[in-house]
Design a binder for this molecule. Structure first.
Ligand code: NAD
Ligand code: MG
Length: 401
């Protein structure tokens, strides 16, 4: 009989969190939710506690702790309430779970992701920003503690599956990540100046949280994924490629030295990646239907347009520069995307702000977590300042009002 996997779902109230809990609930005999975490959404977290009955629930925002504790008590649930980053790290590292789903959005997920790696847990990694910010440190921590990382990002999950037919690192000639192209595929740069928040987050193929949806619209998401692939698969930038594939059915490809190319295909639904991570090396039901290629009709491929979508080029530059450059790229992008979502800046300001931060904070060696976090903070301050100046000087009419 298989033993029961005990799972911490970090970012449980988000889009990945919901998909993960859906897969877990399909396998009560082998998968159990033991820890649930969220940022600020107490009511959503309470509802999840009522349906999944974890032993622990963590709300990051300390001002929400009383509401969580009282809500659990009033509902008659045995779930213990916790708050703050240190509590989350302790739970992730301790006996409460053997598997951690890292699905917090942004650099805010770094510490808990690192804690899972250091504690040697099975780590289902969706939080790509932590790899972009501190990829070397995170991979070294995982290797040092024998933590098993299973990428959840659909492209990297595809590559993870295709790489099972590799014997040595030298067998791989190239890894090609596919990209849907986002909601603005085919548009000119000029025409993107006035796009709204609602247009940017309306992804044609995937249903995701607001930050990654904007990243998909700017193609920064693919840029972050290049850096993610570099760390996960220990592969240099020159062996990585990007192919736009609007149907989002081929999730990525691995080309081998003998001319074979393996790809993984499936419907665009994150439950497949999560089921791979939860069941591996076994295959388990995910709730996702199989792929009917006759019904889908055709698969198209095209080169990405880095003229209209400079974020992809900027990410490639940061990957090549190495050191602190990816941390700067990620921090500037998080600040710019948040300002765009708040209606403070226009869409084209996102790449402009990232480019500016990269130019003003040249790459330095990234020796320690402290150095990376200091760079992250510096890039955030600098970009925040640039956002306020831009918002004042341009007095952009808030596009979504
Ligand atoms: P989301 O916005 O839907 O959910 C984010 C979750 O993180 C929420 O539960 C929120 O409460 C929590 N959170 C936010 N800030 C926090 C903080 N400071 N401290 C603790 N918790 C915090 O995001 P999502 O779309 O589910 O994406 C999560 C991660 O997975 C991102 O890194 C994203 O790039 C990655 N990812 C998502 C998808 C997808 O299909 N949604 C696909 C690939 C990768
Ligand atoms: Mg992806």
């Amino acid at each position: 009989m298989t033993s029961v996997r005990t799972i911490a779902v970090l970012g449980a109230t988000g889009s990945i969190g919901a998909s993960a809990l859906d897969v877990i609930a399909r396998h009560p005999d082998r998968l159990r939710t033991s820890v649930l975490s969220a940022g600020t959404q107490v009511d959503a977290l309470l509802a999840l506690c009522a349906s999944h009955r974890p032993a622990h629930a963590v709300i990051a925002d300390e001002s929400c702790f009383a509401a969580l504790r009282d809500g659990l008590r009033d509902a008659g649930l045995a779930t213990q309430a916790h708050t703050g980053e240190a509590a989350l790290e302790a739970l992730v590292a301790g006996d409460a779970c053997d598997t951690v789903i890292a699905a917090i959005v942004g650099a805010a997920g770094l510490r808990s992701t690192l804690a899972a790696a250091r504690a040697g847990k099975r780590l289902l990694l969706a939080n790509k920003e932590s790899l972009v910010l501190a990829g070397e440190l995170l991979m070294a921590a995982a290797n040092g503690a024998n933590a098993e990382i299973i990428p959840i990002d659909s492209e990297h999950n595809a590559v993870f599956q295709c790489l099972r037919s590799r014997q040595t690192q030298g067998d791989v000639r190239r890894i090609v990540l596919t990209a849907s192209g986002g909601p603005f595929r085919g548009r000119s740069r000029e025409s993107l100046a006035s796009v709204t928040r609602e247009q940017a987050i309306a992804h044609p193929k995937w249903s995701m949280g607001p930050k990654i949806s904007v990243d998909s619209a700017t193609l920064m998401n693919k840029g972050l994924e290049l850096i993610e692939a570099h760390h996960l698969f220990d592969i240099p930038g020159e062996k990585l490629g990007v192919l736009v594939h609007p149907q989002s059915l081929v999730h990525s490809l691995v080309e081998f030295v003998d001319g074979s190319t393996l790809a993984q295909l499936g419907l665009p639904d994150m439950r497949t990646s999560l089921a791979v991570g939860l069941g591996w090396p076994q295959r388990i039901e995910s709730g996702v239907a199989g792929l009917d290629l006759l019904a889908q009709g055709r698969l198209d491929f095209e080169a990405p347009d880095t003229e209209a979508f400079p974020c992809l080029r900027l990410a490639w530059q940061a990957l090549e520069a190495g050191g602190t450059a990816p941390a700067v790229l990620n921090a500037a992008n998080e600040v710019a995307v948040s300002a765009f979502l708040q209606g403070r800046i226009g869409f084209l300001a996102i790449p402009a702000l990232v480019e500016d931060a990269l130019a003003r904070l040249p790459a330095a060696p990234a020796e320690s977590l402290e150095a990376l976090l200091a760079t992250d903070a510096q890039a955030r301050r600098l970009t925040e300042h640039a956002v306020s100046q831009l918002a004042q000087s341009q007095a952009i009419p808030t596009p979504h009002e």
